[in-house]
Design a protein around this ligand. Structure first.
Ligand code: ADP
Length: 576
């Protein structure tokens, strides 16, 4: 859906053309209106002349009246706006001639007052030229008629008409100038408005084009809950959703089976004024047709900082989530299938090694085979533990006890010494303090082994792995620091995700599954603790593990959250 916008007009030139058209019409109407007004005055005058005794030449008067009617008719039928402006001056000039005829017909009746009409019109339509020309013409004609018609010496009142006409003509000129100035101002404002409209229209078009080009849905909701804007992708996404049944399309959390509680849908939350990130909702009954959407909401503020609605951004995650699910299922089933024959292989190797009849050379080789098979079994176990498909059924169990962390760290360092020597990496254990914790020693060893072996694996030749621990109130802290390749901030952000391996590591040939840290975090969290990392490229990485130091600090009872639940917690609130 495009934005509702200003009607598609060429805003820039439209007002200018409108002003031109208005000027044209004004010119045409000025001619006919002025003349009609004058005509009406002449009609009244004729009625007076016809009904009362007329002191003068009635024939000449009526000839003038006929002339006025003819001029009036002409002003109505002639399209003045298509003729050059000076031609329009013919109308008031002819009017002056007609009034002169009336004045000559009866010099003493004051018919010359009618000159006021052209005296007003001429300066209004033709400016200074109209003012000066009109006054010269009228006053000249008037004085001439006095000279021609008056047989006695004209007194003061005879000339009274002259200042009246000058005053009326002057004021008409000034009024017209003021009107013209106002029109110019209006014209300028119309032009400015036109440009502003054009700019707004162009910006609106750009925003619409950009929003319609992206593949995520964007809608804006107002404070009253109405949707004031939606881009094309939003409409497309809506069409892909399963058709709502009577009670509305069923919605489920990220796991695809837990229904979203009442009021927990993204739109409902946004309408309540919440802002959130990446809420994942499956729409439709679980099956081929259901679609997963990731929705984020942002609050909008008006210029005074008040509520101005919200923007909702939605993305179709169905493909990605289905792929992740398929991967987990595959990983889980392959790991299960591999485990059984591997256990059998290990069992038989054990049996053969225990047999005294096999030669020593064969025993050494069998021991190598056993070590590698055990390693393989370890990897398979890791993969199985990490796949969410298996996690939902097999919970990670821990059996915590009061243990000394320093002992566990020391034992781990000892067992990895050989590997460190191979890389010429040394251990710095000076930071080991007696530190008790309420933890499962076996599980914790898994975490520490992983951290130290990573410290060796991703170190430089001749580097150092610093291992330390301490207690601080309710928390026990473990630190594993290396002087290795380190990571960028972006790489560190994905570190604890399953199967994550930094881009630089993938191409380096260093072997790994990308599971160790994900499992380590699960184990530490199951204890009620956490694991964090600080890393700088080419300087090294520091992993810090926090554990509860006592049973009391470990409450509530530790357990591993199912992975879906954990992901939900890591996004926003629990509703997904
Ligand atoms: P793996 O080591 O088997 O790949 P992990 O889960 O232990 O799996 O580590 C995941 C990724 O994190 C590694 O592939 C590597 O890119 C990065 N990483 C882990 N530890 C370090 C470290 N100490 N220094 C630099 N990168 C590390």
């Amino acid at each position: 859906m495009a934005f509702p916008g200003v009607a598609g007009m060429r805003a820039g030139d439209q007002p200018e053309r409108a002003v031109e058209a208005v000027l044209d019409r004004t010119r045409e109407r000025t001619a006919s209106l002025n003349q009609l007004l004058f005509g009406a005055a002449v009609v009244v005058m004729s009625i007076l002349v016809a009904t009362t005794p007329f002191p003068g030449d009635a024939a000449l008067f009526y000839a003038a009246v006929v002339l006025v009617f003819l001029i009036t008719g002409a002003t109505i039928v002639i399209p003045w706006n298509r003729l050059p402006l000076p031609l329009l001056a013919a109308v008031p000039v002819l009017d002056i001639v007609a009034i002169t005829m009336m004045e000559l017909a009866s010099p003493d009746t004051g018919l010359g007052l009618l000159w006021i009409f052209p005296a007003i019109w001429l300066p209004a339509s033709f400016g200074v030229v109209g003012l000066v020309g009109g006054l010269v013409l009228i006053v000249g004609i008037y004085i001439s008629t006095i000279a021609l018609t008056q047989d006695h010496e004209p007194d003061f009142s005879t000339y009274l008409l002259v200042p009246v006409i000058v005053a009326v003509s002057g004021s008409s000129f000034l009024t017209a100038r003021r009107a013209a100035a106002q029109r110019m101002l209006l014209d300028k404002q119309a032009r400015l408005l036109g440009h502003a409209l054009e700019r707004t229209r162009r910006q609106e078009q750009i925003v619409t084009e950009v929003l319609d080009a992206v593949d995520f849905g964007v809608i804006r909701i107002e404070t009253d809950g109405s949707i004031s804007m939606a881009n094309e992708a939003h409409d497309r996404l809506q069409q892909t959703l399963p058709q709502a049944s009577e009670g509305g399309s069923p919605a489920f959390r990220q796991d695809g089976v837990t229904p979203v509680p009442a009021g927990g849908l993204p739109l409902e939350r946004a309408l309540r004024g919440e802002a959130f990130d990446g809420q994942i909702v499956w729409f439709g009954e679980p099956g081929a047709d259901s679609r997963a959407m990731s929705v984020s909401a942002r609050r909008l503020k008006d210029e005074n900082g008040g509520e101005a609605g919200a923007v909702l951004i939605s993305r179709d995650l169905t493909g990605e989530l289905n792929a992740l699910r398929a991967r987990d299922e595959l990983v889980a089933s392959v790991s299960h299938e591999l485990r059984t024959p591997l256990t059998a292989i290990l069992g038989y190797i054990d049996l053969v090694i225990d047999d005294d009849r096999i030669p020593e050379s064969a025993r050494a080789k069998l021991e190598i085979a056993e070590r590698n098979a055990e390693r393989l079994l370890g990897i398979v176990a890791d993969i199985l533990a990490a796949s969410s498909a298996s996690q939902s059924s097999v919970e990670l169990t821990i059996t915590p006890d009061d243990i000394d962390i320093a002992d566990v760290l020391r034992a781990a360092a000892e067992s990895l010494q050989l590997r460190a020597d191979e890389r010429n990496v040394s251990f710095d254990l000076t930071g080991l303090e007696p530190a008790h914790a309420y933890a499962d020693a076996q599980r914790l060893r898994q975490v520490i082994d992983n951290l130290i072996s990573n410290g060796i694996k991703y170190n430089r030749d001749g580097g150092v792995v610093t291992i330390g621990c301490t207690v601080d109130g309710d928390s026990t802290w473990i630190l594993v620091r290396d002087t290795g390749i380190g990571m960028t901030e972006e790489e560190a952000a994905g570190l604890f995700e399953r199967f994550y391996r930094a881009e630089s590591i993938r191409s380096s040939g260093v072997r790994g599954t990308g599971l160790g840290l994900a499992i380590s975090r699960d184990i530490v969290r199951a204890h009620g603790g956490d694991i964090t990392v600080r890393s700088y490229p080419q300087i090294g990485s520091t992993f810090v593990v926090r554990l509860p130091s006592t049973r009391a600090a470990a409450a509530p009872a530790p357990r591993v959250p199912p992975r879906d639940e954990e992901d939900a917690a890591s996004t926003d609130e629990g509703v997904l």
